[in-house]
Design a protein. Sequence first.
Length: 104
Amino acid sequence: MKRSEKTTNHKSGGISVIMAVLCIAVVIVGVLCVTRFYEIKERRERLIAEQHELEAQKAALKEKRDQIAAQGAHGNDSSYVEKVAREQLDMVYPGEVIFRTTGE
């Protein structure tokens, strides 16, 4: 009878080694999953910010493209060519005198 009592006491006392290993494994997997979740969340936020930046660049490039297209449409118009030559390139006709004033 003493033999069966020892076996019974041994089984009922404490957590078995297998249960302890399983608990540790579950905790490790849980920590890894949480860590991976936060890494993915941070990466997603960075990509969303980059997407907004790229969309802003795209809008600016579209506006510039439209301006260039508008200039191209006026390329054959002699009054437009003269205006650009005078305002942006400071060109004048022979014999013309330009007087510039400053805001001071």
